[in-house]
Design a protein around this ligand. Structure first.
Ligand code: ZN
Length: 235
C-alpha cells in the first residue's frame, strides 16, 4: 500500500518498517487495529478502506514499543536439523551432523557439526552468530566508508522483533537470522542499517541513501515481505 509523504516521497507502508507487516483494508473495517499474527510472526494492521494512509503510518509509529515487545515474546519454533539445507550468507549449505566432528566447519557447502546431538541447534546458531559478526562488519564498513560515516562496530543480536538497529554511538546491531536470507537481501539490510548512521529516521532522505547504497532494495523488501517472517521461526 503506497503512501506519499509531505516530502513527496512515495513508499509502501508494508515495507517501511524493520519488521514483517501486513496491511488489510476493507470497507467492513470500522477502525484501525493492530495485532500480531503468532503463526506467521507478523504484524497485521486492519484499516478502513478510505482511512488516511498517513495516519495509519503514524499510528504504527506510535505503537513501535508495543509491537517490539509483542514480537519479542513470540515463541520461535524451528531448530536446525541434521541433513537440513539452509541458505547461509547466500550460499546453499547442507548441515551434516557427525558426533566425532569438532567445532562447526564449513567446507564445500557442507556444514559439519559435532558434539552431542541435543546441542546441534545451539552450536550452529553460535557458529552463524560468530561468522555474522565478521561478515556483517565487513559489509557495513564498506558502506559506511562510502557514506563518509563512522562505524564503531557491529553486534549480533537474538531479537525476534527487528532485523537491526543503529545507535547514536554509530554502532549497528544485526539480527543473526539475516545470515539465512538471500545475498541481495543481506546486502539490503546492511545498506538499511548503515544508512541509519547518516539518517536516524525513515525519512525520504534516508530512503534516498538506501537507494544509493543498494539500488535494487525494493526487490529485497519484497522478498522480506513474503519470506522475512519465515526466518524468525528459527529459535
Ligand atoms: Zn530502519
Amino acid at each position: 500500500m503506497k503512501i506519499t509523504l509531505l516530502t513527496g516521497k512515495t513508499f509502501d507502508i508494508e515495507k517501511a518498517f524493520d519488521f514483517p507487516l501486513k496491511v488489510n483494508t476493507s470497507f467492513k473495517i470500522k477502525r484501525l487495529n493492530l495485532r500480531i499474527d503468532h503463526k506467521k510472526h507478523m504484524v497485521v494492521l486492519s484499516m478502513p478502506k478510505l482511512y488516511s494512509k498517513k495516519k495509519a503510518f503514524d499510528f504504527i509509529n506510535t505503537h513501535i514499543d508495543w509491537i517490539e515487545e509483542k514480537l519479542a515474546s513470540l515463541p520461535a519454533i524451528k531448530d536446525f536439523e541434521d541433513d537440513e539445507s539452509i541458505s547461509l550468507f547466500g550460499q546453499q549449505v547442507r548441515i551434516l551432523y557427525n558426533p566425532d566432528a569438532g567445532a562447526p566447519l564449513l567446507k564445500n557447502n557442507i556444514l559439519y557439526v559435532g558434539g552431542q546431538k541435543e546441542f546441534l541447534h545451539r552450536r550452529i546458531k553460535d557458529y552463524i552468530k560468530r561468522e555474522s559478526k565478521k561478515v556483517f562488519y565487513q559489509k557495513s564498513k564498506i558502506l559506511a566508508d562510502r557514506l563518509g560515516c563512522r562505524l564503531t562496530g557491529v553486534s549480533i543480536k537474538d531479537t525476534k522483533s527487528r532485523w537491526g538497529s543503529c545507535s547514536t554511538l554509530k554502532h549497528i546491531n544485526y539480527n543473526w537470522r539475516i545470515a539465512l536470507a538471500p545475498l541481495p537481501v543481506i546486502d539490503y539490510l546492511m545498506a538499511h542499517e548503515t544508512a541509519h548512521l547518516k539518517h536516524q529516521d525513515h525519512s525520504a532522505a534516508f530512503w534516498q541513501t538506501v537507494y544509493e547504497l543498494c539500488p535494487t532494495y525494493m526487490e529485497s523488501q519484497n522478498w522480506l515481505k513474503k519470506h522475512g517472517n519465515e526466518l524468525y521461526l528459527y529459535r
